[in-house]
Design a protein around this ligand. Structure first.
Ligand code: ADP
Ligand code: MG
Ligand code: MG
Length: 889
């Protein structure tokens, strides 16, 4: 196969072969845009090198042929003594990847050709500046010399001259610096900086290949599930020079504002500079708009090109360009990254421009972005005193008093204080403190650090790895640059969406997007927020497009009403245990302690009207929409007092010779019900089968409530769901009893209730015998939380805080299987159970409840396996609606 492509031979769809950068350079070349000529070595060549340890034999000749052609075209040879052709060697995989090798500019310069370049350009300073840059970049990225050695030498040179920036160094200074750089290379590598231009190029190409298997790149791929065998392409691009004086420069530009989506001129420009100088912040850049004054001709051409690119890519593009003595060159473009708000706005703008249709617009945004827009945020208008910035690990805006240990966090929050837990990094011992805190701030660790993983799991705001903040837990203080000290008790604010850290309290405002979903802000209003309008329109596209229905997990009328406002099409999971808490604990206690049938029946009788009342409210809030009610699931001991507390109480009473009969009985019950592993113990359907009357009471409450709603001319659509079923026999027993109760209520109340009865599929055995279970179930609801626990043998509450960080760091998973469904394992069971269930009962209704119902990637999977609906917490509903549409589009 062909291993090298001229820029004119490729196109944007060849990213697999040419990498992102190469494919887009080719696309621009073919659009007739001014791209410096060059060629791309394919990922195929890289793959061979990685597999065999040496370049494919044909590569050298192909590169030579393309280099010859390039030299012909440019009228000079690579590194030619009197007039050198120079090139850049640029890595470029299909996905841009941290850890891949940086670009090396000015390849082809040597002790000899630097003089030629100086003569040709009529600028000695420029030539030496280019040469010292080559040695610096080559030394660091190809020869692995510590970059700081060069930085330090540059600083020394500036200091010696009393210069503030690199432009203040003249030709003699740079010549001297170059000598110094060469000495560094010789000392550090034991060989001289290579003078042969072709050798420079070949070494750089090989270094790019090698960087594919660098530790950082490998880890990144494991985490992002990018295959390890894609390989990287390498681009060889003839140099253009932005460092040829004031009529030269380099810049970056966006075709619209990547922060807001606004159309306009956005970017930065730096005169007399090369390569990364713009983003490196070595000198102050000017706004791109100012280029119009500096160089009108280039500016106009750039605007023209930006329009061409937008219309061609039908999306926001970002661009790198260089101006060499008044001539504009394009060095890179790609569809640009943008904020969540910009993504929504740009998508609808492009629909209005007729560049994309609704289905495509939906692919331009995602649920994670929508979720981000729903978090409360700090008031933009408010005065905020930023003291640092870390990694945005878990979104939200949190304000609280600084605390430096878990103990204080818990203590203070118990007394009603809001706290931010600040640690260098967190570990499992910090868990209580993390739960107690409003937000978590660490100065070490990245997106997979313990703090980040656990905070995301808890939905808690987190900024991690804010390295410029010095955390001193012993002295209970944190020091920010500029000597700003935050002591324990001082208020701080952290923004988990931007990673910014502020001193003091920054006011928090609710998200306009939530205000919109809540119905407090209208997209049709004259002065409607543009983001709200965009979200409104995208949600309309989504609802037209999706196949999956979206329900809510909600246990009370208030949540149900909110869920409806957010677009829920029913309740997929009502947990009845939540109705057994609070004041009703007493009644439940009595039920559990009942010694005789009479006592038990009496306590069930007390609970019945309470449950019935709850259901009436719920069915009313969801009138006309299905409500799936799950019968009692958790183990009974959860309704009893804590064993230690109770033992102490009983012991104390005993020492006072003051016997409390009830406490004694309670303690016995607690002991009797104590389980080593309650998650796998007496819970769910097992409870229903061993505590007579419990499930029938609940079924009766549902039936009576539905009848009440019928009497009130309502339209109740209850579905009764049995948890933790492992075999069809369990379900049959419960079903027989339930049907009797329902028939009795229907007859007595003179109504037909059309209650359906189904089961959770949340145990591997249930999934494996789904075909049998479907004989007795009107519907399945996959309980993917428990299914994940039981399939993996992970106890969620334990493992997330203990070893998941290690697993994520080792790349065993890219994301917790409790966050995104494990398609190969848990997902395979779901897929097979769907098939088996449908085979038994073609009209079987299929849904999923559990955290995965609101997770974007999981929603796509559930669409693919043909579920009818997903159910998630009310706040995730818009996300699920959007992702269901993206899955179907
Ligand atoms: P990255 O992927 O890190 O942006 P690039 O390959 O785009 O790496 O190059 C880094 C910098 O060098 C960019 O500013 C780019 O515009 C500049 N650059 C790359 N090749 C050339 C070239 N042939 N002439 C001038 N500048 C170049
Ligand atoms: Mg670039
Ligand atoms: Mg469960």
């Amino acid at each position: 196969p062909k291993l090298v492509y001229d820029f004119s031979e490729g196109n944007k769809d060849l990213k697999d072969l040419l990498g992102g950068k190469g494919a887009n350079l080719a696309e621009m070349t073919n659009l007739g845009l001014p791209v410096p000529p060059g060629f791309t070595i394919t990922t195929e060549a890289c793959k061979v090198y990685l597999e065999t340890g040496s370049e494919p034999t044909a590569l050298r000749d192909e590169v030579s042929a393309h280099l010859d052609a390039l030299e012909q075209r440019m009228g000079r040879k690579l590194g030619q003594a009197d007039d050198p052709l120079l090139v850049s060697v640029r890595s470029g995989a299909k996905f841009s990847m941290p850890g891949m090798m940086d670009t090396v500019l000015n390849i082809g310069l040597s002790d000899v050709s630097v003089e030629g370049l100086a003569k040709q350009a009529g600028d000695e300073r420029f030539a030496w500046d280019s040469y010292r840059r080559l040695i610096q970049m080559f030394g660091k990225t190809v020869l692995d010399v510590d970059g700081e050695l060069f930085e330090d030498a540059l600083e020394d040179a500036k200091r010696a001259k009393g210069a503030t920036t690199d432009v203040d160094l003249g030709a003699p200074d740079l010549r001297e610096l170059t000598e110094h750089f060469k000495e560094i290379v010789a000392k550090e590598t034991g060989r001289d900086f290579p003078q042969d231009p072709r050798e420079q190029m070949d070494l750089a190409v090989r270094a790019v290949f090698d960087s594919w298997n660098g530790d950082r790149a490998k880890l990144y791929r494991r985490q992002e599930r990018i295959p390890h065998d894609l390989g990287t392409a390498v681009n060889i691009c003839s140099m253009v020079f932005g460092n040829l004086g004031p009529d030269s420069g380099t810049g970056v530009a966006f075709t619209r504002d990547p922060a807001s989506g606004q159309q306009g001129v956005y970017g930065d420009y730096l005169q007399n500079a090369q390569g990364e100088d713009v983003v490196a912040g070595i000198r102050n850049t000017v706004a791109l708009a100012d280029l119009e004054e500096l160089d009108k001709k280039s500016y106009d051409e750039l605007m023209q090109i930006m329009e061409t690119l937008e219309n061609h890519y039908r999306d926001l593009c970002d661009i790198e360009f260089t101006i060499e003595r008044g001539k504009l060159w394009m060095l890179q473009t790609r569809v640009g990254k943008r904020t969540a708000a910009a993504a929504f706005r740009i998508a609808t703008q492009l629909v209005d421009q007729g560049l994309i249709d609704e289905a495509e617009a939906l692919q331009r945004v995602n649920g994670a972005q929508l979720a981000q827009l729903m978090f409360p945020r700090f008031d933009d208008g408010a005065k905020a005193d930023q003291i640092g910035r870390g990694i945005a690990a878990s979104p939200g805006a949190a304000v609280g008093k600084a605390v430096f240990d878990s103990y204080t966090a818990v203590k203070w929050s118990r007394s009603g204080e809001k706290v931010i837990l600040i640690r260098r990094e967190t570990n499992p011992d910090d868990l209580d403190g993390m739960i107690a805190a409003e937000g978590i701030l660490t100065s070490r660790g990245g997106k997979t650090s313990h703090a980040a993983v656990v905070a995301r799991g808890m939905g808690k705001t987190c900024v991690c790895g804010a390295e410029e903040l010095e955390v001193d837990t012993k002295r209970r203080q944190m020091t920010a640059p500029g000597g700003i000290v935050i002591d324990e008790g001082d208020l701080i604010s952290i923004d988990g969406s931007s990673g910014k850290v502020y001193k003091g309290e920054v006011p928090v405002v609710p998200s306009p997007v939530v205000e919109y979903f809540e119905g407090r802000m209208h997209a049709g209003a004259e002065d409607a927020d543009e983001l709200v309008v965009a979200v409104h329109r995208m949600m309309a596209y989504a609802d037209r497009m999706r196949r999956l229905r979206v329900r809510a997990n909600a246990d009370n009328a208030e949540d149900a009403a909110r869920a409806r406002r957010f677009g829920a099409q029913g309740i997929g999971l009502c947990r009845t245990e939540h109705m057994f808490l609070g004041d009703r604990r007493q009644q439940v206690e009595r039920l559990i302690l009942a010694d005789t049938e009479e006592e038990r029946e009496a306590s069930l009788k007390e609970l019945l009207p309470l449950q019935q009342g709850d259901f009436v409210q719920l069915f009313e809030a969801m009138d006309g929409l299905p409500v799936t009610v799950r019968l009692l699931d958790p183990p009974l001991h959860e309704f009893l007092p804590d064993i230690t507390e109770l033992s102490v109480r009983v012991a104390l009473a005993e020492s006072r010779k003051d016997h409390n009969e009830n406490d004694l009985r309670l303690l016995q019950a607690v002991h009797r019900l104590h389980e080593q592993n309650p998650m796998l113990g007496l819970r769910g359907v097992r409870l229903g089968l061993v505590i007579p009357g419990l499930f029938t009471m609940q079924v009766r409450a549902i039936a009576e409530a539905a009848a009440d709603r019928k009497d009130a001319k309502g339209d109740p659509r209850a579905e009764i769901m049995i948890p933790l079923v492992g075999t069809v026999q369990e379900l049959e027993l419960v079903r027989d009893e339930a049907e009797q109760v329902i028939a009795e209520v229907e007859e007595r109340r003179g109504v037909s209730l059309k209650l359906s009865l189904g089961t959770m599929i949340e145990l591997p055995r249930a999934a494996l015998t789904a075909g049998q279970i479907a004989e007795s179930a009107d519907f399945f609801s996959f309980g993917t939380n428990d299914l994940t626990q039981t399939v993996w043998g992970f106890s969620r509450d334990d493992v997330e805080a203990s070893f998941f960080t290690a697993y994520l760091e080792k790349g065993i998973f890219g994301v917790s299987p409790f966050e995104t469904i494990d398609k190969d394992g848990v997902g395979a069971l779901v897929r097979d159970a769907v098939k088996a269930g449908k085979a038994t009962r073609p009209d079987l209704k299929l849904g999923v409840c559990g955290e995965h119902g609101g997770d974007p990637e999981s929603v796509h999977f559930f669409d693919e396996v043909g579920l009818d609906y997903v159910s998630c917490s009310p706040f995730r509903i818009p996300v699920a609606r959007l992702e269901a549409a993206r899955a179907a589009a």
